[in-house]
Design a protein around this ligand. Structure first.
Ligand SMILES: NC(=O)C1=CN([C@@H]2O[C@H](COP(=O)(O)OP(=O)(O)OC[C@H]3O[C@@H](n4cnc5c(N)ncnc54)[C@H](O)[C@@H]3O)[C@@H](O)[C@H]2O)C=CC1
Ligand SMILES: O=C([O-])C1=[NH+]CCC1
Length: 315
């Protein structure tokens, strides 16, 4: 394996991936995952290796989709970064293999894949669970995931109002400068979320930043940060009052501080709703606890590979 063409840099994955193409593949993958049919998806909960000295962890996310012939693994390193740091909080690489022989087919930059697939899965959660006629979107956090969520949500839905909150003025200003449409910068998280129909939490916080008493009844929350068992983004009130959905029930029980420490019950996986085996409680306050799954990276990497093959006229 030393073929230049099979290394996909960030610019290439960016060119080849679009939310519109990705969303149907992710919906299909989430549905397959929740059927727990080993011939469709084999995906253990990610192995997390703490990098104590450097304030981060490395996650290994292997996935096999036998029927689809997709074998991949992602390596992802996550670090807590100071506001304004130019270093990325999340760095990732996705390796796509041939399941028949075990040879590597492609090595891809995983930052764009991670940013886009995470936002696309949150958008799927909103499509299924947000109240009808949702008008106001609030985003807490202004980093890479905030930007990708903003892009995917504004592409997929027509909110009348977009609000954003950062823990620093500079973070909010940078975010507002980076996006095209109108956005209201809020000086507190409470101001951003009061009355919002959809709330996205994409912070590196380890303590709650969103409190149930601020959240409008019937709102949908896509909770994307706090991916360790002792990290929180949401308080107990919200976790207990809302109907809680997750990408993976096992992942949520092992990795999500919001689920584990609040004692909240995971009502369903997003895939169960897609499969029609569990209800989408749009009329209630809902939380989608996103942790990120290997199967999302697998289908995203396969999509990049398929698009590249089609463009290059390969095989
Ligand atoms: N569920 C999933 O599939 C994925 C989840 N993530 C998680 O999403 C979160 C955001 O990731 P990125 O945007 O890549 O990181 P980033 O570093 O680019 O952005 C993090 C944002 O959180 C803010 N923040 C950090 N600490 C905070 C605190 N104590 N209180 C309030 N705000 C705080 C920062 O100011 C920044 O705006 C992280 O927690 C990461 O682990 C990332 C990738 C995938
Ligand atoms: O799924 C993913 O890639 C991650 N989830 C939390 C940090 C990175």
């Amino acid at each position: 394996f030393n073929e230049q063409n099979f290394i996909f840099q960030q610019s290439k994955t960016k060119d080849l991936l679009s939310p519109a193409d990705l969303i149907p593949r992710l919906e299909d993958a989430l549905g397959k995952f929740s059927r727990r049919d080993a011939a469709e998806v084999l995906q253990p909960v990610r192995t997390a290796v703490p990098l104590q000295k450097h304030g981060g962890f490395m996650g290994l996310m292997p996935t096999y989709m036998e029927k689809d012939g997709v074998l991949s693994t992602k390596f992802v390193c996550f670090y807590k970064r100071e506001e304004g740091s130019t270093l990325p909080a999340v760095q990732a690489t996705v390796v796509l293999l041939d399941p028949e022989y075990g040879n590597v087919k492609a090595v891809m930059d995983g930052e764009v894949i991670t940013a886009m697939r995470t936002a696309a899965v949150s958008a799927i959660s909103a499509k299924l669970l947000m109240p009808p006629q949702a008008e106001v979107l609030a985003i807490l956090g202004t980093g890479k995931q905030a930007l990708s969520h903003c892009r995917v949500f504004t592409e997929m839905f027509s909110f009348k109002e977009l609000r954003v909150w950062s823990r620093t003025k500079e973070g909010a200003a940078r975010f507002i400068r980076s996006i095209d449409g109108p956005v209201q910068g809020c000086s507190t998280a409470e101001e951003a979320v009061r009355g919002a129909d959809v709330i996205v939490t994409v912070t590196g916080s380890t303590q709650p930043v969103l409190f149930g008493q601020w959240v409008k009844a019937g709102a949908h929350v896509a909770a994307v940060g706090a991916c360790r068992p002792d990290w929180r983004e949401l308080d107990d009130v919200l976790m207990k009052e809302a109907v809680v959905y997750a990408d993976s029930r096992e992942g949520a029980m092992l990795e999500s501080g919001d689920v584990i420490l609040s004692g909240a019950e995971v009502f369903a996986e997003l895939g169960d709703v897609i499969n029609g085996t569990k209800a989408a409680h749009r009329e209630k306050t809902t939380v989608f606890k996103s942790l990120g799954m290997g199967v999302e990276d697998a289908v995203s990497a396969q999509l990049v590979f398929d698009r590249w093959k089609a463009q290059a006229g390969k095989f």
